[in-house]
Design a protein around this ligand. Structure first.
Ligand SMILES: N[C@@H](CCC(=O)N[C@@H](CS)C(=O)NCC(=O)O)C(=O)O
Length: 212
């Protein structure tokens, strides 16, 4: 049994949608971010860094979005959301998952919390613009990967990486330079959006805002 701590449209979205895609037995625990519920001692006991999301696996907490996604894919091999160990596809999967976690996700954080990344009281806007510029380059790298017409990040087969990418690319809807202008990424987003798991996750999170 899984219990996912999340807040709407945060990094909890990808694990949330993946749980639905797998058809796992889970419950959702929505945190009140305005009330800083994720900084309270009860939550810090689950994740001392106070970051969302956390997944309880039979009561044991796991944090870090990429780790949660990989763990879920691994625990549910029948859902075939991660290539088998020692295959060429696994190599690509690991590379994309780490790129999404280490580069794209980590690089988007300064966009959303720019003041944390500067000691200059006037510097937040510059940090935000710089983060958007870098993210634009990384999304261009993703667009390039899709240039061979592949439907999913790994090729013909859907994987956990697609849920991660979908979530991160959706955050780009705030950018001045819209990601929807990247045609292949746009097609990917539409393709993912048709999945019941994604639509149901949006509905459960109460998200009505444009998804991309
Ligand atoms: N490295 C973490 C980052 C998670 C993260 O930054 N989550 C955001 C919500 S999207 C959060 O908890 N923000 C609250 C804060 O940083 O105070 C992960 O991959 O899960």
């Amino acid at each position: 049994m899984y219990e996912l701590y999340l807040a709407p449209s945060t990094a909890g979205f990808a694990p949330h949608a993946l749980l639905r895609e797998i058809g796992a037995d889970f419950s959702l625990r929505f945190l009140d971010v305005e009330a800083a519920e994720h900084k309270r001692p009860e939550y810090l006991r689950l994740n001392p860094l106070g970051k969302i999301p956390v997944l309880l696996v039979d009561g044991r907490p796991v944090a870090e979005t990429g780790a949660i996604l990989m763990l879920l894919a691994e625990r549910h091999p029948d859902a075939a959301l991660a290539p088998a160990v020692n295959t060429a596809a696994r190599q690509d999967y690991l590379q994309w998952m780490l790129f999404l976690a280490n580069t794209l996700h980590a690089g988007l954080i300064p966009y959303f919390y720019p003041a944390r990344y500067t000691a200059d009281p006037e510097g937040a806007d510059g940090v935000k613009r710089g983060a958007e510029r870098l993210a634009g380059q990384w999304f261009a790298h993703v667009e390039e990967a899709f240039s061979d017409g592949r439907p999913y990040l790994l090729g013909e087969t859907l994987s956990a990486a697609d849920f991660y990418l979908f979530m991160l690319a959706r955050w780009g809807r705030h950018f001045e330079a819209k990601l929807s202008s990247q045609p292949r990424l746009g097609e990917f987003m539409q393709r993912m959006f048709t999945r019941p798991s994604i639509r149901d996750a949006f509905a459960a999170e109460g998200t009505t805002e444009n998804f991309f």
